[in-house]
Design a protein around this ligand. Structure first.
Ligand code: SF4
Length: 98
C-alpha cells in the first residue's frame, strides 16, 4: 500500500514558472494614499506572496516579480492607493498543477 503525502504550499508554489517583465512593474503603490488610509499595512498583511514590505520610513516596497496574480491586494486597497494590471505580453506567473 502506497502512502500519499500532501505537498506544502511552498512546495506547490515552487513548481510555478515566472516570466518577469524586467523593469516594467504591473503594480504601483500611491504612497500618500496608502499611508493615509492604512492600505500599506494591509497590503503587507494580505499578500500571500509577500510582494509588499514596509520600509523604515513607512513607504511600501513592491517586489512585483513574485506576484501570483490572485487579486487579493485589489480587494483591500483604498481607492487610488494601488494601480494593478496583469503583466503585459503573456508575462507573469504560469501555474503548474498537480
Ligand atoms: Fe500579492 Fe496577489 Fe496582489 Fe499579487 S495579486 S501582489 S500575489 S495580493
Amino acid at each position: 500500500m502506497s502512502e500519499l503525502t500532501q505537498a506544502s504550499v511552498t512546495e506547490r508554489l515552487a513548481g510555478n514558472v515566472y516570466e518577469v517583465d524586467e523593469g516594467n512593474s504591473h503594480i504601483e503603490v500611491n504612497q500618500e494614499i496608502a499611508q493615509a488610509t492604512g492600505t500599506g499595512k494591509l497590503l503587507v498583511k494580505v499578500c500571500p506572496a509577500h510582494v509588499y514590505s514596509e520600509e523604515p520610513d513607512g513607504t511600501i516596497a513592491v517586489e512585483y516579480a513574485a506576484c501570483l496574480e490572485c487579486g487579493t491586494c485589489l480587494a483591500v486597497a483604498a481607492p487610488g492607493a494601488l494601480t494593478w494590471h496583469y503583466p503585459e505580453g503573456g508575462m507573469g506567473i504560469m501555474f503548474r498543477e498537480g
